[in-house]
Design a protein. Sequence first.
Lengths: 326, 324
Amino acid sequence: MPETTYREAVRDAMSEAMRRDESVFIMGEDIAEMGGSMGVTQGMLDEFGPDRVRNTPISEMAIVGAGIGAAMAGMRPIVEIMYQDFTTLAMEQIVNQAAKHRYMSGGQLKVPLTIRTQGGAGWSPGAQHAQQLEAWFVHVPGLKVAFPSTPEDVRNLLYASIYDDNPVIFFEHRTLYGLKGDVPEEIEPVEFGKARIHREGEDVTVVATGRLVHEALAAAEEAEGEGISVEVLDPRTLLPLDEDAIVASVEKTNRCVVAHEAVVRMGFGAEVAAIVQERAFDYLDAPVGRVGAKFSPLPFAPIMEEYVVPHARDVLAAIKKTVGKN
Amino acid sequence: MATAEKKSHALAPDTLKDFLREMLLIRRFEEMVEERFRAGELPGFLHVAIGQEAVAVGVCRALDDGDVIASTHRAHGHTLAKGTHPNELMAELYGKIEGCSHGYGGSMHLYDVERGNLGANAVVGGGLPAIVGSALAFKLRSEPRVAVAFFGDGATNIGTFHESMNLAQLWGVPAVFVLENNHYAESTPAKQQLPIDDLTKRADAYGMHAMKIDGQDVEVVYHAAKKALKHARDGKGPVFLHVETYRLTGHYIGDPQVYRPKEEVRELRRTQDPVEKLRSALELPDGEWEAMEREVAEIVEGSVEFAKAGTDPKPEDALKNIYA
Ligand SMILES: Cc1ncc(C[n+]2csc(CCOP(=O)(O)OP(=O)(O)O)c2C)c(N)n1
């Protein structure tokens, strides 16, 4: 079980697929010589050459669209969008085209495209470089959405995404790239829609994504010291979503908190809360708590940024409130 | 059609000294920013425009009061040249309320509306359409004002560039598009992102009046900008000002520049430094140069002191200014 970083795990999944399969290639801005703005594709140009590690102009809409076309023509492209904020430039192609070709063609076409992107606050880049926009995509039928939080999951899920016959929006979290973890020697593709329980507990279920998985685990540790037993569940893929795992966990703990870095309002957590009340209402002993960013663009000044984005202490506060211990 | 612009008439030495002082101020300011960033004092993501000072100064000195600009992620020079006090800019980089964006923006989001800076933009091409719209507003109200967009060669590949050029020409609005062609988009050289040699052709495609100039000579930039602005202000439509320039540092502070040979940067620094070029053209006596250096150093150091003594926002200030 070699230890690897989240960053290396992403690279590993892509390289493995590209070694195995000529139809897999990657394109994006500054991914070749520079190895990507986050260093994820470092070394890949040397191994695979400029045809398969394609540096592109700054043309998000066109490169996503070209990815769609290549996918429809039998390739399995990976498109890297440097910052999640810039997926907004490609939204038309993602929402109206990628997500809908299969449907509009009555099942004739498939779009096996993986769009990798990253984001995450905590380094004061300001309002246009660290947003978390996953809720925009889980609203769109026809897309799949993954948001892994560990090296093992990021590798296995990315591999699965590349081989999925549908367009996948694949979110990586900027602050996790350096995270180390054990990964199995062989890639074991994970099925989409299967949650991972990171920690078992009895009193409350925290459904967390991305960086907040780790914040939730830290909060759970603290809560333990105060006699609260916390279960931490990471859905890993947001679309499809492992509703059964969430419901089963809440049926056991009778309480639920959802936690993500994105803005709370209309966030992914709102959907989880709705599912829980629909499917486990009779099991709930408290309202579902929600943790996320305050309703504000990301401010530049670190003092304000720190205030806007959620931390372990916010998860802990929500846990305590839910169990009536604040 | 593209026309190569030559110096039409020389500026008075005092004017050029003033330009030199402003360019030197921007240079030393940005060097201080690099230093303070490396010392861990500045948060965020910073890009300096070392090597491109003559563009900022030449264009901004040609503007009238009332003209507006939109800048990019590489915005310190434009902001200073448009009149923002170095104290207010440095305070912004330190995240203070006294900053030109009051701590909300940071290096990539410098605003100074009173001085006609409608904002730097961290999204490549993000500011171009609004410049067309501001110019439209000036036209609709018959105001003799011009809206100016700064952007890089990389930005000419994004949709907003093409849509903005088309719209501006179609509507004949008083806008000037200043292309700062520094031959790289982050790590990507021209040959990997541009299928044509001369980006002036992109203006030709929209029927827009274009000029191509040397951006390392501030006097050339100034004269060309004056002409472009006059053209726009006189109601003759927008202008594409293609400025050849060079980035003498990394794309962002800390960029190891693995994508270009060290020799290239050394050579550019030797031959394409706009500050040095003007200094030697002016044949400034050593004493005068040193006095200028001292004056500028004082301003830059003063800006750091001002910034450090500034007021931190309160955490909950984050929830202000979201709606008007
Ligand atoms: C829409 C968008 N895509 C990608 C980026 C990341 N990025 C920031 S600056 C840059 C290169 C810009 O090149 P250019 O327009 O030539 O300006 P320069 O950096 O040379 O001043 C890139 C790709 C971005 N900020 N916005």
